[in-house]
Ligand binder design. Structure first.
Ligand SMILES: Nc1ncnc2c1ncn2[C@@H]1O[C@H](COP(=O)(O)OP(=O)(O)OP(=O)(O)O)[C@@H](O)[C@H]1O
Length: 361
């Protein structure tokens, strides 16, 4: 072990709040931009009737990107197909689905309780990486993914991990504990969570999920539809470098500004996606309403909730007979609004333009 390893390993992680100037001019400038973009995203999402339908499509994208950071790679087609039919899911698509289920569980918790406790985080992580509970046995180290050099040794003892998590829980849930803007707290929470690295596995993914859930908990978003992980994956080496440099160089400001920049950029990108989906929905609505007597809001929702639809969705949600559901979908396929494909024994009806928007971003 060389000298720098000894230095990094001996780093002792402190309780929050950090003793730093978290409201420097540079931070506040970037905060302003991030807040504005996020506020606009929240507004755009709220304009979509039944914006809840965006939850599946958009959270699956976040799931895909967050997993990709850990080299769990899946394709959009595979993932959306698996989202409506788990039996056809590959291992990696299943991981994306698990992550998406974790987002939904987190959303339910935050909406119902308004809190994110350590127990909640455990439940969320259990969905992301089952059977990898809080570390009880010492030995975990973080390595540079390229060189495999040990860069950081997180706290090793269970009681230490618990105590740091308790402190983090307070930091997340008690506003007065550190009276600064929640958007500045988000990167602080993420750094702290990753530095505690409490679980045997899934720390990266759970930590990134906490970011967006925290934004919902703080009322900055109504649904967790920010592709923050896409920014992280595009700038993965900065992400790893900055997490480390907070520790080795005290570069809090750079880390916070970098994450706020991520919020700004991904909020803007997500606005574009949301608006494209909205326009497409309007087109489909007009087209179907003027040409087919079976038009309904519920039908539009089904076609936009998942890019892949199945006959059984219509049967269930529109309460129509299988024959009728098949007729509707075949009519829309004939008009080229949906593409009918047979995979295995099932027929799927793909909303290709929607899939294209989701793939393109
Ligand atoms: N130097 C560092 N300091 C703190 N956290 C770091 C550092 N380097 C990486 N991380 C965090 O650790 C995550 C990877 O951790 P690890 O390789 O142990 O994966 P994991 O615990 O199995 O979880 P997951 O598979 O979800 O990443 C990264 O995504 C990042 O969030």
């Amino acid at each position: 072990m060389n000298e720098s390893n000894i230095h990094h390993s001996s780093f002792i992680i402190e309780n929050l709040p950090p003793k730093i100037d978290s409201e420097s001019v540079t931070i506040l400038k970037q905060l302003n931009r991030a807040s504005r973009a996020l506020g606009q995203l929240k507004g755009e999402v709220s304009k979509i009737p039944n914006s809840q339908i965006l939850l599946d499509t958009l959270t699956l994208q976040e799931a895909k990107d967050s997993n990709e950071i850990e080299n769990i790679v899946t394709t959009d087609d595979e993932m959306y197909q698996a989202s409506i039919d788990e039996t056809v899911a590959s291992v990696t698509a299943k991981e994306a689905l698990n992550y998406s289920k974790a987002i939904k569980l987190g959303l339910e918790i935050v909406r119902n309780k308004g809190l994110l406790t350590v127990n909640d985080i455990k439940r969320i992580q259990e969905l992301i990486s089952p059977n990898h509970p809080i570390r009880k046995i010492p030995g975990t180290v973080l390595k540079n993914p390229k060189t495999q050099e040990v860069v950081y040794t997180p706290p090793q003892h269970y009681y230490e991990i618990q105590s740091l998590l308790d402190n983090l829980e307070r930091y997340i849930n008690v506003p007065d504990f550190h009276d600064i803007d929640a958007l500045i707290k988000m990167p602080i929470i993420h750094f702290q969570f990753e530095s505690i690295h409490p679980f045997l596995d899934g720390n990266g993914r759970t930590g990134r999920l906490l970011n967006i859930l925290y934004l919902v908990q703080q009322g900055l978003l109504d649904i967790p539809v920010l592709y923050l992980s896409s920014y992280i994956i595009k700038n993965k080496s900065d992400y790893y470098r900055l997490l480390q440099e907070v520790r080795t160089k005290g570069s809090w400001e750079e880390w916070i500004v970098w994450m706020l920049k991520g919020v700004e950029l991904t909020a803007k990108e997500t606005i574009v996606v949301v608006n494209k989906i909205k326009l497409l929905m309007d087109d489909y609505k007009k087209e179907i309403r003027s040409n087919y007597s079976f038009y309904s809001h519920d039908l539009i929702n089904i076609l936009f909730k998942h890019p892949y639809s199945k006959i059984s969705f219509l049967e269930k949600e529109l309460r129509v007979h299988r024959h009728t559901a098949t007729l509707y979908l075949n009519e829309l396929a004939k008009a080229k609004m949906l593409t009918k494909v047979k995979i295995g024994r099932s027929n799927y009806y793909i909303n290709e333009p929607l899939l294209k928007i989701l793939k393109e971003r």
